[in-house]
Design a binder for this molecule. Structure first.
Ligand code: NAP
Ligand code: ZN
Length: 346
């Protein structure tokens, strides 16, 4: 199937127009026209080689919403015309104990990423969502509620699920104090979900200008973490802190803000290993943990939650030729709050 998109041709990081072929649909595949594709900070890390050697040409993009255009003979989950969402992986082994319980993101044999890797056959390079169409096995795509604006749905497929999953896992809800570190693409989704789940939500930011937006999105508090006083005032305060920042942060200082039996969960991936005080863990029975996206059943559950609570991402819709500038603005924390590509413009 012919595809038109944008790719990074090498590690110089520049994204440019790129034509390529996808496989024709097999019996269990669906084909779709992509309507919108989000730009995740993970795309930038990979295009710029910040996560080690990458596969070029690379068509990034793992926040995909589209409409089904054709289905294989054995497909039962989707019909032509359905809205469809695709996230960070397009397959997994299906047989390990994690896949069997719907935690495909933790597949023991390695999930198959939506781009910058090989498909399950081990030879076809997976091409992502900065493009006009896609082919995927029906088991790794989800249904999208019809009542939501689709440009705001695309980022749910990564930014959304990545915050929804730990909020559910650590039981965010009424009576719980949750903090979100970093009000970016991931962080603003965490804020909206935590507020909708009934938790008391505080945004911990390094950008004073984001205060108004944070409060409008449901934050109860907004604290700029630029002084010792800011930290001192929040000691042992939070049941759950979700850290969406990829910059190296003073984690030991943030750990001290976690209440007894609370957790600090790493979501952004810093370059350097962490240094933590074991005394800080022991002294308050605190947990330091991590979390990665979410599995297919939880992705579907999250979209249904969004449909009921009218939750979508705050987006700036762009044309493909703006992608390089969008990358620079994202790195500068200058995005409100996710760039989304209009896929009809390829
Ligand atoms: P983003 O839109 O760029 O947001 C990151 C936010 O971090 C910024 O908006 C900013 O918020 C804060 N920040 C940035 N630089 C900072 C600095 N030097 N010091 C302090 N705070 C800083 O990125 P994103 O798309 O949300 O992704 C965030 C990270 O999560 C990336 O590393 C990405 O690769 C990773 N990620 C992880 C998963 C997973 O499954 N675990 C999934 C997707 C992405 P303020 O302006 O409010 O401070
Ligand atoms: Zn992502």
């Amino acid at each position: 199937m012919k595809s038109q998109g944008y790719a990074a041709l090498n590690e110089n990081g520049k994204i440019e127009p790129y034509a390529f072929e996808r496989r024709e649909i097999g019996a269990n595949d669906v084909a779709l026209d992509i309507l919108y594709g989000g730009i995740c900070h993970s795309d930038i890390h990979q295009v710029r080689g910040e996560w080690g050697p990458a596969l070029f040409p690379m068509v990034p993009g793992h926040e995909i919403v589209g409409r089904v255009t054709s289905i294989g003979g054995s497909v039962s989950k989707f019909a032509v015309g359905d809205l469809i969402g695709i996230g960070v992986f397009i397959d997994s082994c299906r047989t390990c104990k994690n896949c069997l319980v719907g935690l495909q993101q933790y597949c023991l044999n390695g999930m198959t990423g939506t781009y910058n890797g090989y498909e399950r056959d081990g030879t076809t390079v997976a091409m992502g969502g900065y493009s006009n169409n896609f082919v995927i096995n029906e088991d790794y795509a989800v249904h999208v509620p019809a009542n939501l604006p689709l440009e705001g749905v695309a980022p749910l497929m990564c930014a959304g699920i990545t915050l929804y999953s730990p909020l559910k896992h650590w039981n965010a809800g009424p009576g719980k104090k949750v903090a979100i570190m970093g009000l970016g693409g991931l962080g603003h989704m965490g804020l909206k979900f935590a507020a909708a789940l009934g938790a008391h939500v505080t945004v911990l930011s390094h950008s004073p200008t984001k205060r108004g937006d944070a409060l409008a999105m449901g934050a109860h508090d907004f604290v700029v973490m630029d002084s010792d006083e800011a930290f001192a005032g929040l000691k042992r305060n939070f049941d759950l802190i979700l850290n969406t920042v990829s910059a190296d942060m003073p984690i030991a200082k943030y750990l001290d803000l976690v209440a007894v039996d609370g957790a600090l969960v790493m979501i952004g991936l810093p370059n350097e290993p962490l240094t933590v005080s074991v005394g800080s863990l022991i002294g308050s029975r605190r947990t330091l943990s991590g979390s990665m996206i979410g599995g297919i059943p939880e992705l579907q559950e999250m979209l249904e939650f969004c449909g009921i609570h009218n939750i979508v991402s705050e987006v700036e819709v762009i044309k493909p030729e703006y992608i390089n500038e969008a990358y620079d603005r994202t790195v500068a924390s200058d995005v409100k709050y996710r760039f989304v590509i209009d896929s009809s413009a390829y």
